[in-house]
Design a protein around this ligand. Structure first.
Ligand SMILES: Cc1cc2nc3c(=O)[nH]c(=O)nc-3n(C[C@H](O)[C@H](O)[C@H](O)COP(=O)(O)OP(=O)(O)OC[C@H]3O[C@@H](n4cnc5c(N)ncnc54)[C@H](O)[C@@H]3O)c2cc1C
Length: 426
């Protein structure tokens, strides 16, 4: 551990009257877990086990992350007061002292001494002692345009930089043939080029040349080939050209897209050709935000090694759990976080009661999480079209638009962020 943390730990370890349930990460996993615990677990603990929920997040605001492909274009796309919500406000409904929000970034987990070292938003270091810990720090995209990297202010600054450069752009390259790449290319296509008429399959002379590059033989590889073909047709209608089976071997300058979102870039492809982009967006997957967790608790792909049934981190000390994109328990998707929350919280409750000395026979068994492996993926392709499947069944374009494409799930976040979604114990 770094010297500054050792010193801070000696001086600053807080003696808290209440046992701490610390949650790291204030987004889909972390906020949902906090609400559920405060509604259904904390009030039912015996007096000697009274707990406070401390939510520690790098951003003071939560956001509707799926909306990024459209939101990055302009603030007019969504009501900003619904796209971003202050986390602390969401928890004012709970009894005083039962919850606190701390803006900071977890830097080091010590699962033996049961502490997390955090850099607070004002730069100061602080050590948090925990009785139970939930890691919900998610995953980051390569492009800073597609989610929170630090505070919401830094996401807004990236959008502002990109938007300033957008009017002069004549060519845009998006790399990544998954949903995020397809959605981003399509949103930009429809915004900048419009849409081909009803009887044309392709936009003849797009104002801005938009290219979507994928290393695979087709885009949207999780969906059936015929669905991917339909998506490609919808992309052509908004002036997006798809290049398949192409690996990007070099990007010049190397920080274009990933750091400088408004930089012109030259991309070399493995077939020897190059693409010049006035704007370049890497949409090539995510990296788990787990650098503060020791390697021995991680899987090979950097997620926290989580028991997929109980959501405990079996290799760590007791009462440490993970949920969401930072966890190895399930595929990274919001609809897989929702069924995991009640299971996680039931198992936390069980562990807290056992720690309080309650007899195991009166507590019952662990609750078991089972990932739904049927494919559910909804991909809007511009403002009025979309492709996708729900629980393995193909969805019509109209349904994809109605469920997701209209507002990219913003219709769901009111109940989620406020905790209404977790009003009933389930
Ligand atoms: C563009 C895009 C579109 C998507 N669309 C969909 C969709 O339509 N449907 C769907 O099911 N899924 C979708 N996903 C996936 C979905 O967004 C994720 O599954 C979901 O956001 C994961 O939630 P989470 O709470 O695990 O983490 P995240 O949403 O990644 O949030 C993690 C939080 O932790 C904070 N944090 C990070 N590191 C630290 C640290 N060290 N200390 C403290 N705080 C930290 C971050 O600031 C952030 O607030 C999409 C993803 C992207 C990128």
């Amino acid at each position: 551990m770094h010297g500054v943390w050792k010193r801070t730990m000696a001086q600053n370890t807080t003696k808290t009257p209440l046992k701490q349930i610390v949650i790291l990460g204030g987004s889909y996993g972390g906020i949902s877990t906090a609400h559920y615990l405060l509604k259904h677990v904390v009030p039912r603990l015996p007096e000697n086990e009274a707990c406070q929920v401390t939510l520690i997040g790098a951003s003071s605001q939560a956001m509707c992350r799926p909306a990024c492909p459209r939101a990055l274009i302009s603030d007019d796309m969504f009501p900003q007061n619904r796209l971003f919500v202050g986390i602390a406000e969401l928890f004012k409904q709970y009894p005083k002292g039962s919850f606190r929000f701390v803006q900071g970034t977890a830097m080091h987990l010590d699962d033996t001494n049961r502490t997390v070292a955090v850099t607070l938003s004002d730069g100061g270091p602080k050590i948090f002692v925990f009785h139970a810990l939930v890691i919900a720090t998610g995953a980051s995209t390569n492009s800073p345009l597609l989610g929170l990297h630090g505070d919401a202010g830094s996401l807004r600054a990236s959008w502002a930089e990109f938007r300033d450069a957008l009017p002069a752009a004549k060519s845009i390259v998006v790399v990544g043939g998954g949903p995020t790449g397809v959605e981003t290319a399509a949103e930009l296509g429809e915004y900048l080029n419009g849409r081909a008429g009803l009887f044309s399959s392709k936009l003849a002379n797009p104002t801005v040349r938009i290219t979507l590059v994928t290393s695979g033989p087709r885009i949207l590889w999780y969906l059936p080939p015929s669905t991917a073909e339909t998506a490609e047709k919808y992309l052509a209608a908004v002036g997006v050209n798809v290049i398949k089976n192409a690996w990007v071997t070099a990007i010049e300058p190397s920080d274009a897209g990933a750091v400088k979102v408004s930089a012109k870039a030259k991309l070399a492809l493995d077939d020897g050709t190059t693409l010049d982009a006035d704007l370049y967006i890497p949409a090539t997957g995510t990296t788990p935000n787990t650098s503060f967790v020791q390697k021995s608790l991680q899987t090979q792909d950097g997620r926290v090694n989580t028991n997929p049934s109980t959501l405990r981190i079996d290799k760590s000390g007791p009462r440490i759990y993970a949920i969401g994109d930072a966890s190895s328990a399930a595929r990274p998707a919001i609809h897989l976080i929702f069924p995991a929350v009640p299971v996680l919280c039931a198992n936390i409750k069980r562990d807290l009661l056992l720690a309080a000395g309650v007899d195991e026979s009166s507590i019952g068994e662990d609750r078991i999480f089972k990932e739904d492996t049927r494919e559910t993926q909804l991909v809007p392709v511009g403002r009025s079209k979309g492709v996708g499947a729900a629980m393995g069944y193909r969805l019509l374009s109209f349904l994809v638009w109605a469920i997701k494409g209209r507002d990219y799930w913003l219709w769901t976040t009111g109940a989620l962020w406020s905790g209404r979604q977790w009003a009933k114990e389930s």
